[in-house]
Structures are given as structure tokens and as C-alpha cells.
Design a protein around this ligand. Structure first.
Ligand code: ADP
Ligand code: MG
Length: 317
């Protein structure tokens, strides 16, 4: 999962966070009796050690292990819950969008690693993932922050990228969308529909509609969701009217000043990062994998460039 603000949010620490979540084994994996835990999370929750038994069971002979250690902003072990992950890792990015910053939370990993579980999940407090928690936090903040002089407008979009094609999941008639960039709007998807939402339940209604759209066609939901990137976008617009000082209020030539802040939150469930060698894909499946891998590779390069300790002038978007 990676969080990113478009411009530095003062006092919010680093603009990027990379965290890892180890999921618990699922029943299917425990069934065969073959399950071995190869991960260990250090006490400070920053380092994960993966150990691989290179020799298998050699009876009385000790096995030989290869060990690799990786350091992250945080490593969540298999007991971590959805709430902790949201509060420690996503919340800051979500709140910054209410202040007019752009932020992105993305889940990256191979199919079955728990991306969708972490991002989605709508039933029950325990299972609610980052998307519903973000949506609820946004509306709760708006409810407590809105006033006569401070108004909010929230809009949502939902899109899918499959084989380099961008589809609007909330208005499927708009196929083959293009990515554009201009000075005023930054990077955006041209003609992507935006829907005004007034409550979490209106957002869930849209997500339901988009997910149903995602599941249609000859491909099954599971298959499709692991082979395409899905981006749910929430745009928060805050308009604050600064009242005129009392002595200017009677002056018809003076108008109160309006401060507008717009922040965009991208919640991304990426396609699985399978290695072609492991999946044995051929033909159109191989083309699909190639597109997924090239997009994930470009994404990796962009993030590496943005997080480079030496500031770079060119970012390979
Ligand atoms: P992905 O979206 O990366 O392909 P999923 O989110 O669909 O993976 O997760 C694969 C399976 O593992 C699902 O059955 C899901 O319910 C389960 N799972 C994932 N993460 C967890 C977790 N933290 N705790 C319990 N079960 C999990
Ligand atoms: Mg998934």
C-alpha cells in the first residue's frame, strides 16, 4: 500500500509510505497440512524476514535456509486488524484530501495476497476495509466541519484499467477513456463521469453498481478483478466564505471572499503481480500479463523516481 500527496503536506511527515501486510493462512492453505510460515516480523514492526527452506525435509540433517530481510515504513503481521491498518496507514492520506491535497492509497501484491480484503470489505466492523472506512471518515468530518460559511461537495468516480483500456464503471457507455494532463487539473481521465454523493450509503450504492458492471461480460468477477486495476476516486471540494468585516457589509461593491480547496483521493486495487513464469500464461492471457506487468513496472519506476533521495527533475510518468 502506498500513500502519496501531490504536494508536500506540511507537518505530515514523509509523502510516501510503503507498508506490508502479512495475511493469515486461509483454510484452503491449512487443509493440506503443508502450510509453513516463512515470515517473521521484527519487534519494531519495520523489518520482515522471509526464510525459504532450500533443501526440504532431509530427515536428521539440518535444512538449509535462505533468508532475506526487507525494511518498510511498517510491517503488519498476520494478526493485524482492518481498523489498525486504516488508522495507522490510510487515515492521514484521507484527512489530507479534506484539506485540498491529492492522495493515493494503493494495494499491490500477487493474486490472493489480500489486496481486495484490505481495500474493500463492507460487512461488519471487523472486516470493513480501507474504502468504507475512508468514506465514513470523510463524511463524518464534513458533518462536523460544515457550517453556514463552509460548504462541501463530494463527488465519486470509479474506473477500471484492463489491457490498457480505461472503462468508466459508473457509465459504461463511455468506453476507451484517455488520460490527459493540463496545468489546471493535473493528470486526469478525460470524460470520466463524476457523481455527487451526500452520504456513505450513496457511495456504496455507486460501488455496488460499478462492481456489478465489472463482473459482467464473459469473465468471472474473481478472474477480472485480479487481472485489472480498479480505481475508486473521491473528490472533496470545500468552499469557505470569508464574511466581510461589519463596516464593509453595507457596501454593494464588496463581495465576500471565497476560498475553494479541492482534494482527490485515489483508492486503488491493483491487478495481481503474477510472474508469467509461474502462471504459464500463453496467447491473450500472456498479452494481459504483459500489460499488467509493464504497468506495474512503470508504476515502480515512477515511485522510485519520486522517492529518490536526490531530487529529480524528470519523473517518468
Ligand atoms: P487479492 O485481492 O490480493 O487477490 P483477496 O483479498 O481476495 O486477495 O484475499 C484472498 C483470500 O484471503 C480471501 O479469501 C480473503 O478473504 C483472505 N484474506 C485476505 N487477507 C486476509 C486477512 N487479513 N485476514 C483473513 N483473511 C484474509
Ligand atoms: Mg483482489
Amino acid at each position: 500500500m502506498r500513500g502519496h500527496s501531490a504536494s508536500p503536506a506540511p507537518g505530515r511527515g514523509s509523502n510516501f509510505k510503503v507498508v506490508v501486510r502479512v495475511r493469515p493462512p486461509i483454510p484452503r492453505e491449512l487443509d493440506g497440512g503443508q502450510y509453513v510460515n516463512v515470515t517473521k516480523v521484527n519487534d519494531d514492526s519495520k523489518v520482515i524476514t522471509i526464510s525459504e527452506n532450500l533443501t526440504g525435509d532431509r530427515g536428521d540433517e539440518p535444512a538449509i535456509y535462505s533468508k532475506h530481510m526487507f525494511t518498510f515504513d511498517h510491517v503488519y503481521n498476520q494478526d493485524s486488524d482492518q481498523r489498525t491498518i486504516y488508522e495507522n496507514t490510510a487515515r492521514e492520506a484521507v484527512l489530507s484530501t479534506l484539506e485540498g491535497y491529492n492522495a493515493t492509497v494503493m494495494a499491490y501484491g500477487q493474486t490472493g495476497s489480500g489486496k481486495t480484503y484490505t481495500m474493500e470489505g463492507y460487512q461488519g466492523e471487523e472486516r470493513r476495509g480501507i474504502i468504507p472506512r475512508s468514506v465514513e471518515e470523510i463524511f463524518a468530518n464534513i458533518q462536523s466541519g460544515a457550517s453556514e460559511n463552509k460548504k462541501y461537495l463530494v463527488r465519486a468516480s470509479y474506473l477500471q484499467i484492463y489491457n490498457k483500456q480505461i472503462t468508466d464503471l459508473l457509465d459504461p457507455a463511455r468506453g476507451h477513456l484517455q488520460i490527459r494532463e493540463d496545468k489546471k487539473r493535473g493528470v486526469f481521465v478525460e470524460d470520466l463521469s463524476e457523481w455527487v454523493v451526500r452520504s456513505p450509503s450513496e457511495v456504496y450504492h455507486l460501488i455496488g453498481k460499478g462492481s456489478a458492471e465489472r463482473a459482467t461480460g464473459e469473465t468471472r468477477m474473481n478472474y477480472m478483478s485480479s487481472r485489472s486495476h480498479a480505481i475508486f476516486i473521491i473528490i472533496c471540494e470545500q468552499c469557505e466564505t470569508v464574511p466581510l468585516p461589519p463596516d464593509a457589509q453595507a457596501d454593494p461593491s464588496k463581495e465576500p471572499q471565497q476560498n475553494v480547496k479541492i482534494g482527490k483521493l485515489n483508492l486503488v486495487d491493483l491487478a495481481g503481480s503474477e510472474r508469467v513464469r509461474d502462471t504459464g500464461a500463453t496467447g491473450s492471457r500472456l498479452q494481459e500479463s504483459t500489460n499488467i506487468n509493464s504497468s506495474l513496472c512503470i508504476l515502480g519506476n515512477v515511485i522510485a523516481a519520486l522517492t529518490d533521495s536526490k531530487p529529480r527533475t524528470y519523473i517518468p510518468y
